[in-house]
Design a protein around this ligand. Structure first.
Ligand SMILES: [Zn+2]
Ligand SMILES: [Zn+2]
Length: 244
């Protein structure tokens, strides 16, 4: 045990034992940050692309104000968070950051997910469903009645789904909260800034959406590209293609 050193991660404050190694990279077992042998946080030299998902669409870059990424809102029932950029972030002339250096080796992109609440509604993260409910149009559901297949209540929905936390999508850098109404109780939802590995998930929105998709698929590719789509539309065209 003599060559084991007690260590504290400078990024997440997690405690662990490290073997004293003459060289090589050491990763924090909790947050994945690169920790050098001396205990200082190492920065990965390569930057990853930044992207904003808003209104169901992925837009390259994250807008900044005075060099800060702003999440959420100020006021009752709301939470405003200002995130300074890491050194080495590249800004364009409009103050949009296109790429960011991150210390999480698995991350391929930094994504900002804006509030996706519908009017007088909210939103949440779900796993990506694979199928639409086969009982849609065949079994009428009453208010607050649960469907035996898709397990949605009141109306049929895509399945199977499971709720996700922002932390399930990668390393949660920061979060804020937006709300509707003066008291902040008429609806609203969070905003997340995440250093994300490749993966896919679903944004489920409720409230009035004025024709925008209720289920938005989000896929992060290994090269850091982010793509979004209308999940219900994709599921129904898959079903149509299979019924030939
Ligand atoms: Zn850590
Ligand atoms: Zn159903």
């Amino acid at each position: 045990m003599q060559n084991l050193l007690r260590h504290t991660c400078p990024s997440c404050q997690g405690r662990f034992w490290l073997e004293r190694l003459p060289q090589g990279t050491i990763l924090c077992p909790y947050c994945g940050a690169t920790v050098s042998g001396s205990g200082r946080l190492g920065r990965r030299s390569s930057a990853v692309p930044a992207c904003t998902v808003r209104n169901g669409t992925a837009v390259p870059g994250i807008r900044t104000e005075d060099g800060l990424i702003i999440l959420g809102e100020e006021g009752r029932g709301r939470r405003l968070t200002r995130v300074p950029l890491p050194s080495g972030a590249s800004l364009d002339r409009e103050g949009t950051v296109q790429a960011l250096p991150v210390s999480h080796p698995a991350a391929v992109a930094v994504i900002l997910i804006r509030d996706h609440s519908g009017y007088r509604g909210g939103w949440e993260l779900l796993t990506l469903p694979r199928e639409d409910c086969p009982l849609r149009g065949k079994l009428e559901l009453l208010w607050e009645e649960t469907c035996p297949v898709c397990e949605w209540w009141g109306r049929h929905g895509p399945y199977p789904v499971r709720q996700l936390r922002a932390q399930d999508l990668g390393h949660l850098i920061a979060e804020g909260y937006c709300a509707q109404g003066a008291a902040g109780r008429m609806g609203g939802g969070p905003e997340y800034l995440i250093a994300a590995p490749p993966g896919e998930f679903c944004i489920y929105r409720w409230g009035r959406l004025y024709g925008a998709p209720r289920f938005v698929g989000v896929r992060i590719y290994p090269d850091g590209r982010v793509e979004t789509w209308d999940v219900m539309e994709a599921l129904s065209s898959t079903r149509a293609a299979e019924s030939w």
